[in-house]
Design a protein around this ligand. Structure first.
Ligand code: HEM
Ligand code: FES
Length: 763
């Protein structure tokens, strides 16, 4: 029995003391909602907060499951006032004719999806590219105003104004009354998600009422001239086409809600991002030095310190969340900031890790059919802010200050962010080029394959004829990421990018070790590497990743290596020895002199090792080696394609999971537009259908529709782009899933596999 359960039994209350004491308006939650709910994530992930009248949910999987099912968990209360207001405040609001109703974010099905579909086109990545120039210009102008001054409040001087200007431009709303709109937005936040006192409620009500009227007036102006550019005039035009889908009430409510949704969220997220990076100076410096890190850094800041920290749903029937039964009508507060710090989903979740490769899984934009439509506009703005600042003010630092927040459950960002720098050190004073942008960003989720960590060659040793062993270290002496047997890195050097298996000691975090064969016949990477990499050379890598993992639960193992294929096999042999497993190791090469690691293998695996070298006339007998299939025995092989093909032929009728081979090339699985057929994919969680053209991958089509799917190799080798399949025939082309998994067809790799006809996917 846990402490919580014991305490509950003692008091007779089904919820712990901590649950009863939970106060989302208290200092702890306001300052750091993820930290304030650490106890809940660990001990009581679903609890009733009586002070709020809401069920609070704090774990990643539970929250994602709620987002997934927008029928059982309706978003209808997303914009409801979380604090009941006084009659006086209601009267004040009524005086303005306030009638905030359904928008998109709080609309139920089927109306929601019809509306979203009708209004989506302006948010598609290709359309958003048009906004980049404006964001760039506004950011440069704001920086020009402050750059020689040496200090600024970034929130007051640009982080509100720019997202608001961009939002108004996107919406087609005239850019007047900016200060008033900021005041209105704060009032709307307090009105919806805050706990104003009775006295404050009336003031807030007047501001919200005026905001309502202002929105109505803007709408009227637009109706008089519906051909104006922008999303709202587009919605007005759509109303003529689909009057029951785009209603009057929707347009007015949306006008007000979207002004807030589009700018306050982005302003807060940007302030959080600058704060966190400047607090972690090493990371800030790293981004200054390598701007290609910016998209993933932005995403990691959205995960670590997002601007929307909690969102709401209401149960439309009795439901079970995280094993707890909730009645129909239960109001639910999903603390997404807590989900984003759930160690079950994110390694070292409290660390800001700008190299994290699953950071896009965060829930700051929600998930599923209501997922934020403006996420790519927000990303675009934040990337440009960071690019301009890290280039023009790399020496900027935080002023010591106490951060304050507008108390509310859901929107989080500091009200002020004071920074300073020495203008005499501004790079543009000595190098006018420093004013010029260095990078353009693609619209959409960050691409993990664009991430790389710097390393330096620490040691280089010839370990066999034509084979060098390289030890790689972090240039600043920091720990390198951990890896497991069978893992590899993608090394970037010169104009090359190549995969190399890791073969050192996985327990050492100060070194990564690879061995490289000089292959003059191949595409040139290994020759360049042999000729150019010396101790002290700087290069970078991605990973480590593991597409060839070792199942540690078998009884016996046969490890087979051909030539340089020994590298992952060596790591596997070391691991199996460490685990005390029964294994045999077979290693073939042309000549002994060319076979890497022979001495080391003999010393560490002597009695298990069998060496076959061509110059000694010993050949590997694969049929004898692999023998027939044996229950409990697994075979792992790495080497040239002809070796792997021969092993595949010997083991062709073995059950799945008995033979594992490492492929470094995709073969003929990739897109061949001349011979492909287009197909449709219905997305069950998002509620719409994408068409995949003949010259497109499913991954491309999903991204073009604004769906974030992580990817890495984009060749069907790594498993990163896996998507659940609910229905339909799949033409599987990956090398990740086994033949049995292909037959079962519960999952597919979106980067290469296609539908034979329509597919239904869990997205
Ligand atoms: C919905 C967050 C920026 C437009 C949402 C939702 C969240 C969110 C949590 C609800 C998702 C759900 O229920 O699953 C954010 C954050 C932003 C941001 C953190 C900035 C960092 C924007 C921008 C725009 C925008 C810039 C518009 C230009 C919308 C719309 C919806 C929405 C239209 C409703 C979608 C629907 O219900 O179908 N956003 N948002 N957001 N957001 Fe954003
Ligand atoms: Fe690697 Fe698709 S991205 S399998």
């Amino acid at each position: 029995m846990t402490d919580v359960q014991e305490a509950q039994r003692a008091t007779g209350c089904p919820f712990s003391e901590k649950a009863q004491a939970f106060d989302p308006f208290g200092a702890e939650y306001q300052f750091d909602p993820a930290e304030a709910l650490r106890w809940s994530r660990e001990q009581e992930p679903v609890f009733y907060a009586s002070s709020l009248g809401y069920w609070v949910v704090s774990r990643y999987d539970d929250i994602k499951a709620i987002f997934r099912d927008n029928i059982a968990f309706s978003p209808a209360i997303a914009l409801e006032k979380i604090t009941p207001v006084s009659q006086e405040a209601i009267d004040a609001l009524n005086g303005y004719g306030y009638a905030m109703n359904r928008t998109l974010v709080n609309e139920d099905e089927p109306q929601h999806t019809e509306r979203r579909r009708a209004l989506m086109s302006h948010f598609e990545p290709a359309r958003l590219e048009g906004h980049e120039e404006m964001v760039r210009r506004l950011t440069r102008e704001a920086l020009d105003r402050i750059v020689d001054r040496g200090e600024a409040d970034l929130v007051d001087e640009m982080l509100w104004e720019i997202p608001l200007t961009v939002a108004l431009h996107f919406l087609g709303v005239p850019e007047d009354d900016m200060a008033k709109l900021r005041e209105f937005s704060v009032a709307h936040t307090v009105n919806t998600w805050g706990r104003p006192t009775k006295e404050e409620q009336v003031g807030v009500a007047h501001a919200v009422g005026k905001f309502w009227q202002y929105s109505g007036q803007v709408l009227e102006k637009m109706r008089a001239n519906p051909d104006m550019p922008g999303w709202m005039p587009y919605a007005i035009r759509k109303q003529k086409e689909l009057p029951e889908v785009v209603t009057d009430s929707y347009l007015h409510s949306m006008m007000m809600a979207i002004i807030v949704a589009a700018h306050e969220t982005t302003a807060h997220a940007s302030a959080n991002m600058f704060r966190r990076l400047l607090e972690n100076r090493e990371l800030w410096d790293e981004v200054c030095a390598a701007p290609s890190l910016i998209p993933n850094t932005v995403e990691e800041c959205l995960r670590h310190s997002g601007s929307v920290v909690a969102w709401r749903r209401i149960a439309t029937k009795p439901v079970t969340v995280g094993g707890v039964d909730l009645p129909e009508g239960a109001k639910i507060l999903m603390v997404t900031a807590s989900a984003n710090h759930d160690p079950r989903q994110f390694e070292n979740p409290d660390e800001l890790d700008i190299f994290r490769d699953n950071t896009t899984d965060h829930l700051t934009f929600g998930y599923g059919s209501h997922q934020c439509m403006g996420k790519n506009l927000a990303r675009l703005e934040m990337r440009i802010f960071l690019e301009e600042f890290t280039r023009r003010l790399p020496h900027m630092e935080l002023v010591e200050q106490e951060f304050t927040f507008v108390p509310n459950t859901s929107f989080r960002g500091p009200e002020h962010l004071l920074v300073r720098w020495d203008p005499a050190k501004n790079p543009e004073r000595t190098d006018p080029q420093a004013r010029e942008p260095r990078l353009r960003f693609e619209v959409g989720a960050p691409n993990a394959s664009a991430l790389s960590r710097p390393v330096v060659v620490a040691e280089r040793e010839e370990i066999a004829e034509g084979v060098v062993r390289l030890s790689l270290a972090d240039p600043k002496g920091r720990d390198l990421p951990r890896w497991s047997a069978g893992g590899h890195v993608d090394l970037l050097f010169g104009d090359y990018e190549r995969k190399y298996s890791l073969c050192g000691d996985p327990a050492r975090t100060d070194r990564l070790q690879i061995a490289v064969l000089r292959e003059p016949e191949s595409r040139g990477g290994s020759v360049w590497l042999h000729d150019n990499l010396q101790p002290g050379t700087e290069l970078s890598f991605r990973g480590p990743k593991n597409h060839f993992p070792l199942d540690e639960h078998a009884e016996r193992y046969v490890l087979i290596a051909g030539g340089i294929g020994i590298t992952p096999i060596l790591a596997m042999a070391d691991r199996l020895k460490h685990l005390g497993k029964d294994y045999e190791l077979h290693y073939a090469g042309r000549t002994r002199a060319k076979m890497a690691f022979l001495d080391r293998l003999m010393a560490d695996h002597g009695e298990r090792l069998n060496v076959y070298s061509g110059d000694e006339g010993r050949r590997m007998d694969l049929t004898g080696l692999a023998g027939g299939y044996e229950v409990g025995r697994q075979v792992y092989a790495c080497g040239p394609d002809r070796l792997l093909d021969a092993i595949g032929a010997v083991c062709a009728d073995w059950p799945e999971g008995a033979l594992h081979v490492e492929h470094f090339t995709a073969g003929a699985s990739l897109l061949d537009p001349e011979h492909e057929q287009p197909f449709e994919a219905e997305l069950a969680d998002s509620g719409f259908t994408v068409t995949v053209a003949a010259d497109q991958t499913l991954l491309d089509a999903l991204r073009a529709a604004g769906i974030d799917v992580a990817s890495d190799c984009e060749e069907g080798l790594c498993g990163t782009c896996e998507v659940g399949v609910l229905d339909g025939d799949v033409d599987h082309r990956d090398k990740v899933l086994s033949a049995a998994e292909h037959r079962e067809s519960k999952r597919l790799m979106a980067c290469c596999s296609r539908g034979k006809g329509k597919l239904r996917l869990a997205l």
